[in-house]
Design a protein around this ligand. Structure first.
Ligand code: MF3
Ligand code: CO
Length: 237
């Protein structure tokens, strides 16, 4: 599983480094897919529930599940969320990050920073003997303290021999509540944070999730193992 996660992180890194004005989201997807296959792994989103690509690439007011397209050319000022994973030797990795395309607004920069930091707050709360709600509450309280909102309709998840496993890992909730966290659990913690309200809607393509109010959204995700010594971030490039 560490190898699946290493490959997932490597693919995210090189796709993120390729974000620049003029690049299409289909080109980013191809870069990620080539890298994953070059490592002897498979893109684990492709064909998942019929999903057609390696990565989900969601721009600006798109929250998650944006489908890469040759027609979607990135522009300076865009924020670009890339979510992807790899399956290696039967195990899954899953990770996401939001990248700036050229210079972005101070508000967009702050949204990305707060979302990234909220992920690390959640990871720090993934302690053996704690509870799922400790992670949820750590993410939510940090995000809301900074004036943004966490998406309610989509959540993090267990990950292992399947991409999505129990338990759900919401980005909102109450500390001390939910199932107990135990060594050996592997979780995808993935705050989706909107600059405006938490409401979202799905496009007629059946995949692309947008903010209801048109505000910007950011998304960061790591696959994390709970160990006796605390959280281990497995998706490190
Ligand atoms: N982005 C989801 C996650 O991080 C998985 C994508 S499902 C897919 O859990 F079908 F779009 F691939
Ligand atoms: Co995930």
């Amino acid at each position: 599983m560490l190898e699946a996660c290493r490959i997932s992180a490597g693919a995210l890194k090189i796709a993120g480094e390729a974000v620049e004005p003029g690049v299409t989201t289909a080109e980013l997807d191809e870069i990620a897919e080539k890298y994953i296959r070059s490592q002897g792994a498979e893109p684990n989103f492709k064909n998942y529930d019929g999903y057609p690509a390696t990565a989900c690439i969601s721009v600006n007011n798109e929250v998650i599940h944006g489908i890469p397209s040759k027609k979607r050319k990135l522009e300076a000022g865009d924020i670009v969320s890339i979510d992807l994973g790899a399956k290696f030797d039967g195990y899954h990795g899953d990770n996401a990050a939001t990248f700036a395309c050229g210079d972005v607004s101070p508000e967009a920069k702050r949204l990305m920073e707060v979302t990234r930091e909220s992920l690390y707050k959640g990871i720090a709360a993934a302690l053996p003997g704690g509870r799922i709600g400790d992670i949820s509450n750590a993410v939510q309280s940090y995000v809301e303290k900074n004036g943004f909102s966490v998406v309610r309709d989509f959540v993090g998840h267990g990950v292992g021999t399947h991409l999505h496993e129990a338990p759900e890992v919401p980005n909102f909730g109450t500390a001390g509540h939910g199932i107990r966290l135990l060594p050996g659990m592997t979780l995808a913690i993935e705050p989706m944070v909107n600059a405006g309200g938490f409401g979202v809607k799905v496009l007629p393509d059946g995949w692309t999730v947008l903010t209801k109010d048109g505000s910007l959204s950011a998304h960061f995700e790591h696959t994390v193992a709970i160990t006796p010594d605390g959280p281990l971030i497995m998706t490190k490039a």
